[in-house]
Design a protein around this ligand. Structure first.
Ligand SMILES: [Zn+2]
Length: 289
């Protein structure tokens, strides 16, 4: 199956993938508005540079949609698997123009997240499975299904949600940081599940880098814990790259131990993932109040 991580398809996927809006740091010489295109050929190549000499890094199919954030020499630039890539414009049909996330949100709305740009960073992916738990369950899979629920709930509250991976793709830590720092990001949330050699280790931890993230971390940890039955391991400090190098207030959430039998039996359920997503969303709402 082809890599389709940045393809904009109709329905739910449009919502989920709307994070692939371009950087807010485009210069005025570049495209001033974002345009959505639909692929108008059976299969088209995605290239590393705006030229037919460019390396083919993927393919799109007829009906796939993409958001272009620059245009040069008849080629449009978009994101594909976390990378900036080019597609020949004559193979596309224009759908609509989009506005980038608002750089000047109203910051005082306590009941909704309209105007807030929130990055959801599903940990691991692709060749990096993350931790391996009981029955060989891979962290990256639980992280992904949970992240989709978080994205959905934040969007239900009006947030503009950008995710660092839209599929089972490997995205480097550098790219995760770069994606966050290229938006006017208000909150960065990295989603993980924990593992330990000691199978009795259990519960939920929120990691922050320093005191500047403490309010956000405490809000989210509190609202998560009040929504689920897992043990509260508290807010802890750690020097993770995605916390250290992201400019926005950021947290890294460990949503239970996949090496603990009880935790795993709970976190695999749809009900848990919905509840924890609601807890995270409530924490963000509390934080921005
Ligand atoms: Zn992880």
């Amino acid at each position: 199956m082809r890599n389709r991580s940045i393809i904009f398809v109709v329905g739910l996927a449009v919502t989920l993938f709307s994070f692939l809006l371009p950087s807010l740091q485009l210069s005025s010489a570049q495209a001033s508005s974002l345009e959505t295109f639909e692929v108008n050929n059976t299969v088209i190549n995605v290239r590393s540079i705006p030229s037919i000499d460019g390396e083919i890094v993927g393919q799109l199919e007829k009906g796939d949609q993409l958001v272009a954030f620059d245009e040069q020499y008849g080629w449009v630039q978009t994101y594909y698997a976390g990378k900036e890539v080019w597609v020949a414009k004559y193979l596309l049909i224009a759908k609509s123009s989009n506005s980038p996330p608002s750089p000047n949100p109203t910051l005082n709305q306590s009941t909704n997240l309209e105007g807030y740009n929130i990055i959801i960073d599903p940990g691991h992916g692709g060749k990096d499975p993350g931790a391996i738990g009981i029955n060989n369950i891979q962290e990256k899979e639980l992280v992904f299904s949970t992240s989709l629920k978080v994205v959905e709930q934040l969007q239900d509250h009006g947030a503009t949600v950008i995710t660092t991976r839209a599929n089972d793709d490997f995205i480097s830590l550098e790219d995760r940081v770069r994606i966050s720092n290229s938006y006017n990001t208000h909150v960065f949330i990295s989603i993980h599940y924990n593992a330990a050699i000691n199978h009795s280790a259990n519960g939920i931890t929120t990691y922050i880098r320093d005191n500047s993230d403490r309010d956000l971390g405490q809000s989210i940890q509190r609202t998560m814990i009040s929504n689920v039955t897992l043990h509260d391991r508290g807010v802890r400090q750690a020097d993770f790259k995605v916390l250290r190098e992201t400019e926005a207030p950021s947290v890294l959430l460990e949503l239970g131990f996949i090496t603990n039998f009880t935790d795993l039996s709970i976190v695999q359920t749809e009900a848990y993932q919905e509840s924890i997503a609601e807890g995270i969303t409530n924490g963000v709402l509390e934080y921005v109040e």
